[in-house]
Design a protein around this ligand. Structure first.
Ligand SMILES: [Zn+2]
Length: 435
């Protein structure tokens, strides 16, 4: 489906016009993840040199009612804590990165130039977003294009292709070609940067995809290649910003390795807008939602407050999500698998484009699968058209925030949230009332 260059509505690595194909792909991912669930072992974390198994979002007593869970059916979900099997997102994470080409699509130029499209930007992005908690180490032990034995066409890679058989064959060939130069035991995840001339332009079809928590993956040096992100083509919107923003597909893909779901849906970024890189990874830089930072272990229990009690009124202070330290997130659970979350967003850090700074309210559904809309941002200014015309930014939700004097009400659930004041340092005070 041809799309406008500047207003491309479907970002990221899935959900194209072929809905059934996308669902087939997700089903495959879920099946693989479920297999992990029963064994609950991440073999990579047994390597003492790898990132330790730091379970994010430990069950602090006061937060327990806010730790919603989607149960076993939704594996790549918004549930807290993230199920076992995904890579830890704190401490040192070692990313093996290989540049791959094919007999029918030779890599053009130096393979390390392809690498430089993503590094060091990707590790900088993670350092900034995680407040330094994720020490992402990128490594490219093979400095040349790794030539695959078969033509690209022969692998049968297309949008939504499941792991078997297409990707299994490709990963097996990658392991064979790289094995002499690479000790796969030294790494927590694998990035495959495919030569951009293999397959369709990302403007037409985004092939980029991640297979995470896949214990049935091919084995290399005795360990399964469980977490692999593939990046194809170039997410170049033609606006001249590619050199600055084109890498952003990789933090998006790697965040799947850490267990985060896609927030964009069949309709593009209309559910969560530009407020999270799992919703929109083209165009201006953006951060992750506070919920995701909590889920990844980048916020301490003391930075999250749980407003769960009925018949209660509580006041809360929030500091900007982009700044280290201080209270970041208020959670208002509705039932066992759904919740509201509240945070302050400003234009700083990885948030390059916040045209209406303020308090963002969104609903999180842990029972909703990746790509089906697990997060819905509350739009405080419906049908306003938004406050930006930046390319690849869902404009309508760009001014979704509340500012002092604004109130969010959910009568069905007896919730009222009022932004009382903005203090020094962009600190916001708010009051939550629950019936
Ligand atoms: Zn994705």
């Amino acid at each position: 489906m041809p799309r406008s260059v500047y207003r491309r509505s479907i970002p990221g690595d899935g959900a194209g016009s072929a809905r059934s194909r996308r669902i087939a792909s997700l089903a495959t991912l879920c099946a693989l993840s479920l297999a992990v669930c029963t064994s609950a072992v991440n073999e990579r974390t047994e390597d003492p040199t790898a990132a330790g198994p730091v379970p994010p979002a430990r069950a602090a007593v006061g937060l327990a009612p806010c730790m919603i869970s989607g149960g076993l059916d939704a594996q790549m979900s918004e549930g807290v804590p993230t199920p076992a099997g995904y890579s830890a997102a704190t401490g040192t994470v070692r990313a093996l990165t290989l540049m791959v080409d094919f007999p029918d699509a030779h890599g053009e130029g130096d393979a390390m130039d392809r690498y430089a499209e993503f590094f060091p930007q990707t590790q900088d992005w993670f350092r900034t977003s995680s407040y330094g908690r994720l020490d992402y180490r990128a490594d490219a032990p093979v400095k040349r294009w790794l030539r695959m034995p078969k033509d690209f066409e022969e692998y049968g890679i297309e949008r939504g292709a499941p792991f078997d058989p297409s990707y299994r064959g490709l990963v097996e060939d990658i392991v064979d070609e790289a094995d002499a130069d690479v000790d796969f035991r030294r790494y927590d995840l694998l990035n495959i940067l495919v030569t951009p001339n293999a397959g369709p332009s990302a403007l037409d079809t985004v092939l980029s995809v991640t297979f995470a928590a896949n214990t049935e993956a091919p084995v290399a040096d005795g360990v399964p290649v469980s977490h692999t992100s593939f990046v194809y083509s170039r997410q170049d919107d033609g606006s001249g910003s590619y050199g600055r923003t084109g890498y952003r597909v990789l933090p998006h893909e790697n965040a799947h390795v850490f267990g985060l779901p896609d927030l964009y849906t069949q309709d593009g970024g209309g559910a969560a807008g530009h407020w999270d890189i799992m919703s929109e990874d083209w165009g201006a830089n953006n951060d992750l939602l506070g919920w995701h930072k909590w889920k990844l272990g980048w916020l301490d229990a003391g930075q999250v407050s749980c407003a769960a009690r009925a018949d209660s009124t509580s006041d809360h202070v929030l500091t900007p999500l982009a700044r280290a330290g201080g209270p970041k997130l208020v959670v208002l659970p509705l039932d066992a698998d759904s919740s509201y979350a509240v945070e302050v967003r400003t234009q700083e850090g990885n948030d390059e484009l916040v045209c209406r700074p303020g308090v963002l309210v969104y609903r999180v559904e842990a029972g909703v699968e990746t790509g089906q809309g697990p997060v819905t941002v509350h739009d405080h200014r419906r049908d306003s058209g938004g406050c930006t015309h930046a390319p690849n930014v869902h404009a309508e939700l760009s001014d979704a925030t509340l500012t002092p004097g604004d109130t969010f009400t959910d009568r069905d659930n007896g919730i009222r949230l009022r932004v009382l004041a903005k203090g020094p340092g962009d600190t916001y005070r708010l009051r939550v009332t629950r019936d």
